[in-house]
Design a protein around this ligand. Structure first.
Ligand code: FAD
Length: 383
């Protein structure tokens, strides 16, 4: 096994690191307090190629393998999880899914715009009454002439207030459970679609999260992504790759926690010596470091499996489960190193902890990841 990055991969990582230092880090505290990022960041992410990673160049993407995608995601997550999430959703859950499941017309219509940042995507699966049991949707799309009419609502939709297109999952026909679900690409300016911003989040405060309400939303038949009744497979394939992206973002959080803890421990003096000289502080730091390495290796393994065309879904669940829990631990340990200053938002670690916490919840909670891993090992579904 060779875990060294190629020159090309290292160049992509450095590009992302420089981008974050220039365009993200100076604004992180202000965006967090304002509960909004400066939305010009999307165009900048597009211009540098980060919204088109792994998307073929013929559709306006910047190509690249999944390890490069992980490296960029990690650096963005190290800088600001809100910015990382914009990319993970618009590229990771929407554009990549269109690239995998879309017909030629859908790819030409959306991929160049999503890759350049001219358009931004959101992923509409969760509903007010339907979270972990994601196949059990109440939103319904009814065939009407040459199109569908969609009614229902979607909850907690990242990028929801400002996205141009929603990859929306709705029940078509009468087939039971997830068998009756289809996927649609719905422009958010379609009449009947309204959105309400959700405020007061514990973390990811710079990120726009919304409830979408669909009231008689009419779309043409060509808006359906993938075959009718295969929408749940579309969603699950998107989330399997998405979990790698969340895991990479968590590695970024844990790495930022490590950087901050080491720096602060060297500067802060108590009892006449830097706190880095105390064994109990070194224990906190070494626990963070082990979490960083373990989370990164699990995540890179998923990228490697995807790039070699191997089965990766269970590995993605393991990486997402471990990395999200590791990011929470790492940020919490870093906060302990900072003492009381860690609790104030002028210092970075409190935000890392708030941002990390949601990673154990979305794209499948930690419990749901365990059920996926358990089913793969035992052959028995415990859902
Ligand atoms: P529930 O499913 O009600 O779960 C509650 C608790 O019960 C959890 O602890 C869960 O693990 C547990 N539980 C449920 N079922 C089982 C079981 N069978 N066995 C054991 N335990 C179980 N969704 C989108 O579609 N698009 C987005 O862009 C998006 N972005 C989000 C952004 C944020 C900030 C947040 C908070 C959520 C976002 N979500 C999004 C929704 C997210 O994916 C859901 O919140 C998540 O899937 C959990 O669903 P729920 O909140 O309804 O919790």
């Amino acid at each position: 096994m060779n875990l060294e990055l190629s020159e090309e991969q290292e160049a992509v990582r450095r590009l992302a690191e420089d981008f974050v230092a220039r365009e993200v880090t100076p604004h992180v505290v202000a965006w967090d307090r304002a509960e909004d990022v400066d939305r010009s960041i999307v165009k900048k992410l597009g211009a540098v190629g980060f919204l088109g990673l792994t998307i073929p160049e013929e559709y306006g993407g910047s190509g690249g393998d999944h390890l490069a995608y992980c490296l960029v995601t990690e650096e963005l997550g190290r800088g600001d999880s809100s910015v990382r999430g914009i990319v993970s959703v618009s590229l990771g859950l929407v554009a990549k899914t269109i690239a995998s499941w879309g017909d030629e017309e859908q790819k030409r219509a959306w991929l160049p715009r999503l890759a350049s940042g001219d358009a931004i995507g959101c992923f509409g699966l969760t509903e007010p009454g339907t979270g972990s049991d994601a196949g059990n949707l109440a939103t319904r799309a009814v065939r009407d002439g040459d199109g569908y009419v969609i009614d229902g609502s979607k909850m907690f939709i990242t990028n929801g207030t400002w996205a141009d297109v929603v990859l929306l999952f709705a029940r078509t026909g009468d087939a039971p459970g997830h068998k009756g679900v289809s996927a649609f690409l719905v422009p958010t300016d379609t009449p009947g679609l309204t959105r309400r911003a959700i405020h007061g989040k514990l973390g990811l405060r710079g990120q726009a999260t919304a409830e979408l309400v669909l009231d008689g939303v009419r779309v043409p038949a060509g808006a359906m992504l993938g075959p009718e009744g295969k929408g749940f497979s579309v969603a699950m394939s998107a989330l399997a790759k998405g979990r790698m992206s969340v895991a990479a973002g968590c590695v970024g959080i844990a790495q930022a926690a490590l950087d901050a803890a080491v720096r602060y421990a060297g500067e802060r003096e108590q009892f006449g010596k830097p706190i880095a000289s105390y064994q109990l502080v070194q224990e906190l730091i070494s626990d963070i470091a082990v979490d960083v390495d373990a989370a990164r290796l699990l995540t890179w393994r998923v990228a490697d499996l995807i790039d070699r065309g191997e089965e990766f879904a269970t590995a993605a669940s393991k990486a997402k489960l471990f990395a999200s829990e590791a990011a929470v631990r790492a940020a919490n340990n870093a906060l302990q190193v900072f003492g009381g200053y860690g609790y104030i938002d002028e210092y970075p670690v409190g935000k890392l902890l708030r941002d990390a916490r949601v990673m154990t919840l979305y794209e499948g909670t930690s419990q749901i990841q365990k059920l996926i891993i358990g089913r793969a090992l035992t052959g028995v579904s415990a859902f």
